[in-house]
Design a protein around this ligand. Structure first.
Ligand code: ATP
Ligand code: MG
Length: 322
């Protein structure tokens, strides 16, 4: 049994403009101790999938069309509220995309840490909460953690704010850390430091990591397994080394070709022609087929299955060539 098991998971949003079919049959199993990266273009459903692991997509408008999500064997989609609360921020810590909205500008860091701790460990005394806050801020390598408790979010740099949010995600002693674009708003140097911190925490605390980014470089720096999403589907799922050495799916190949090659500054990234589909009326069959250089008739008719682990790929052309 895997620690997290997602099977044939479909989720849609019902809106004024019709139904948006965001996740279309996600299959994903994550083992304890793995560091898994989820990569894909903007709007492909990475954050919706991450929130699904904690049942955090508000329903309505979200509607689960099919499938299952299990944590340690327990069905998250059928979990009673108290167990769900233990999971959220407890067993599974989450660092949300867009750190600014998750720190309240009018409260000190100390007050916000205390509030998070109160939710997890209501019995702690004030002094214990303070000590634990300092310990957590220290764990994310923030200098002068005690002094930091009296500061406001705007007094901190972007990198420091992100560290505070990681500290908050660790407050419930999680087994799993889900980090959604934890470095996107940061400059390259700070980005590296945050990634190094995450890798270090995963190692030290024995965490299972789900790292989400649109940047394969970010994912590749930390994760040993990479899941490539396209328009709400998993198109490739492989060990990182294998994915970088021999990408299979035409979309993954395009993503890799779009990465700047530092060894060859004269090499222009190619990118992928076209743009992501409107998920109100997604393409039939393989959702990538309108942009795919290898597409044949079957691709617009039948959805390809994710096949061939440990390096799994969902592509009719790849399957036909094998
Ligand atoms: N609450 C919501 N109501 C309606 N549609 C939503 C809602 N949340 C997300 N969506 C839609 O779901 C799709 C996937 O969004 P999601 O935020 O998961 O993308 P993403 O891969 O995380 O993108 P990014 O890289 O920009 O963060 C988008 O089309 C988005 O508009
Ligand atoms: Mg997102």
């Amino acid at each position: 049994m895997s620690l997290i098991e997602i099977a044939d998971y479909r989720l849609a949003f019902d809106g004024f403009e019709g139904r948006v079919q965001v996740l279309d049959g996600i299959d994903l199993a994550i083992e304890a101790g793995e560091a898994v990266g989820i990569v894909g273009e903007t709007g492909c459903g990475k954050s919706v999938l991450a929130r699904s692991m904690l049942r955090l997509n508000p329903a309505p408008p979200a509607r689960i069309v099919s499938g299952q999500i299990r944590y340690d064997g327990a069905d998250i989609l059928a979990m009673p509220p108290d167990r769900l609360r233990d999971l959220r921020g407890g067993t599974i810590g989450m660092v949300f995309q867009d750190p600014v909205t998750y720190l309240n500008p009018v409260f000190t860091i100390g007050r916000q840490m205390a509030e998070v701790l109160r939710a997890h460990e209501p019995d702690l005394s004030r002094a214990q909460r303070r000590a634990r806050s300092i310990e957590l801020l220290d764990a994310v390598r923030l200098p002068d953690p005690a002094g930091l408790l009296d500061r406001y979010p705007h007094e901190l740099s972007g990198g420091m704010r992100q560290r505070v949010l990681i500290a908050e995600a660790l407050a419930g002693n999680p087994r799993v850390l889900i980090a959604d674009e934890p470095t996107t708003a940061l400059d390259v140097t700070i980005q590296r430091q945050i990634l190094a911190l995450i890798a270090d925490l995963v190692e030290r605390l024995g965490l299972t990591l789900v790292l989400i980014s649109h940047d394969l470089g970010v994912i590749g720096a930390v994760c040993r397994r990479i899941v490539v999403m396209y328009a709400g589907t998993v198109v490739e799922d492989a060990p990182a080394e294998s994915l970088f050495r021999a990408p299979q799916h035409p979309y993954t190949r395009g993503l890799l070709a779009a990465m700047p090659d530092l060894g060859r500054p004269d090499h222009m990234p190619e990118g992928i022609a076209g743009s992501i589909p409107d998920l109100r009326s997604p393409p039939k069959g393989c959702r990538f087929h309108p942009r795919c250089p290898l597409a044949t008739a079957i691709c617009s008719e039948r959805k390809p299955v994710l096949d061939g682990g440990p390096h799994a790929v969902a592509c009719h052309a790849v399957a036909a060539a094998a």
